[in-house]
Design a protein around this ligand. Structure first.
Ligand code: SF4
Ligand code: SF3
Length: 539
């Protein structure tokens, strides 16, 4: 295997024996081959679409397939075998190209051994470190982010053919020997598609569940048996809440489900009681002490301990061998009755020690824009001197304590804008308020990064300046490929001088890094003592 798609990749270069995330070699092979087949589908389908013979199933299949290969989504080989069978069926239903086709358009595995052999070829090429391969990786990982966000929107019935068309164009380009300038253009175009996809998802979420409201969320536990839900899928939460109403079972959120407490549609359920625990990588301790069943929606899932594995259920694209998977039937309906019955046999959650304060969330675009006057006034009178965007992911390394220390050391007249699970490094701190406004503005999940773009644009309009002239700095923490897309999206809207950490992507070659530094001023984070004066003028 060779995988370098996430921030925690082994030795900062690539996982080759087993993933730091827990991904085994055989799963890596299934994922690489699935991606390869999606490239084959794309090459055929682009030509077929021009002749009005395109396969429409590819439009929902490709985002799902890409999302399933994202870090910490699916560790289940059986599910990948099924994906591969589907990919071949879809590809073979598309008219072949005239003339010689690339191998990805025709190759068909008969056995797992064929898959392993093909993966060796794919990996041997991927291990060559040059600028073209680096640009291809940057594009493919950005496309995985598009696939993830698009899938979430599509689950709620919101689709856009231009996004699906770009996914195919991008995938096909990686087999077409394009020169570096054309690959760079596609990478930047991917950022634009990223904004479009995030906007689509924002529309899907807010028109289905309402606009989030600024909301304090409890972190204490009650005495009733309970189910914990983690991941990003709002529709799964909706169905779980509906089915567990009046059952005597409470629902708690974990990780990226925290912001769901802020949606009007979910506030009407009194048994959605609190948030339990922190970000994804604390699962081993927090799932253990929760005592009841856990529903893992897409993503992140961490390989479980045996002691609680039988209490973990996956759904959506999340998967882990041996765990019960709740499938969806026609119309996206899911049956969570087995979790509800299971919960009734379990003790209530063990109280966290020490319990956190209430966590404030729901500071999405409409909530913040409704108090825009207060924010603008606070900037004008100097109560707010600077904003720091600290969106992105959390992760395991100790070096991420940097983000906690950074948040603590910021001057009191600065405001943090955040989205994603990175916030768990500082959202429990008492950082105070400015004129009643929390100093940590949590727009929601990483899926809600679009809110930060809307807020930044609204501030730029209010002050009549460009986005880079605003008193905003960017200190982004990344881990998986959705964060790669968010980075490309920020570049697309022209944001300069982004600080990225805690490590730069291993798949970025020195040549590509130079381009990012020279054109966009991207740099790695350093120490809190060096970064605060650099990012906060006058600090
Ligand atoms: Fe390694 Fe990250 Fe790939 Fe997992 S996703 S195998 S940790 S690079
Ligand atoms: Fe987190 Fe997985 Fe990226 Fe959604 S839950 S931000 S890492």
């Amino acid at each position: 295997m060779f995988c370098n798609q996430c921030e925690e990749t082994a030795k900062g270069t690539g996982c080759t024996i087993k993933g730091v995330c827990g991904k085994e070699c055989d799963t890596a092979a299934f994922q690489d081959v699935l991606l390869y087949l999606c490239k084959g589908i794309s090459i055929r389908n682009i030509a077929a679409m021009e002749n009005r013979e395109g396969n429409t199933e590819a439009g929902s299949f490709i985002p799902e397939a890409l999302f399933s290969t994202l870090t910490n989504v699916n560790f289940d080989n059986e599910r990948f075998r099924e994906f591969i069978r589907q990919a071949i069926r879809i590809r073979n239903s598309i008219p072949p190209l005239k003339g010689k086709e690339p191998d990805a358009c025709t190759w068909t595995p008969i056995s797992d051994t064929d898959i392993t052999k093909k993966e060796k070829e794919i990996v041997t090429d991927a291990m060559i470190q040059d600028d073209i391969r680096s640009l291809r990786s940057l594009l493919v990982f950005g496309l995985k982010g598009v696939g993830a966000y698009y899938h979430h929107a599509a689950v709620l019935g919101f689709t856009d053919e231009s996004i699906v068309a770009f996914l195919q164009k991008g995938l096909a380009s990686t087999l077409q020997d394009l020169p570096a300038d054309q690959m760079t253009t596609l990478v930047l175009e991917c950022g634009g598609i990223g904004i479009k996809t995030l906007a689509l998802l924002d529309k899907a979420n807010t028109s289905t569940y309402g606009n989030p409201e600024i909301t304090p969320v409890k972190t204490t536990v009650g005495r009733r048996p309970a189910i914990l839900i983690t991941g990003h899928d709002l529709k799964d939460l909706e169905q779980l809440l509906d089915q567990s109403e009046d059952s005597g079972v409470d629902i708690y959120t974990h990780g990226e489900m925290l912001p769901t407490h802020a949606y009007p549609a979910f506030k009407k359920y009194p048994h959605l009681v609190a948030n339990y625990g922190g970000s994804w990588w604390h699962q081993k301790e927090e799932f253990e002490s929760f005592n009841g069943p856990v529903l893992v929606t897409t993503n992140c899932i961490v390989p479980p301990k045996d002691s609680y594995k039988n209490r973990v259920y996956t759904t959506g694209l999340a998967g882990y061998p041996g765990m019960t998977h709740i499938p969806s039937s026609t119309g996206g309906k899911k049956d969570f009755s087995s979790l509800i019955t299971h919960a009734k046999t379990c003790p209530p959650p063990t109280a966290p020690d020490p319990a956190d304060r209430d966590l404030i969330t729901g500071c999405a675009h409409e909530a913040v824009l409704s108090i825009a006057g207060t924010v603008i006034e606070a900037v004008k009178n100097g109560d707010i001197k600077h904003f720091i965007v600290m969106a992105g992911c959390d992760g395991r390394q100790r070096s991420r304590e940097y983000y906690t220390e950074f948040a603590k050391a910021l001057p009191m007249n600065t405001v943090i804008l955040t989205a994603g699970c990175a916030k768990y490094r500082y959202n429990h701190l008492d950082l105070g308020t400015i004129g009643g406004l929390p100093r940590v503005i949590d727009a929601g999940q990483c899926n809600d990064c679009y809110s930060l773009v809307v807020i930044a644009k609204a501030l730029a309009d209010a002050f009549g300046v460009g986005i880079n002239e605003l008193p905003i700095s960017y200190n982004i923490a990344w881990y998986e490929q959705k964060a790669v897309l968010v980075l490309l999206a920020l570049l697309h809207i022209g944001v300069k001088s982004i600080t990225l950490g805690p490590e730069l992507p291993a798949f970025i070659s020195p040549g590509v890094l130079n381009v990012l530094v020279e054109n966009f001023g991207i740099g790695k984070n350093s120490s809190v003592a060096e970064d605060i004066p650099r990012m906060v003028p006058g600090a």
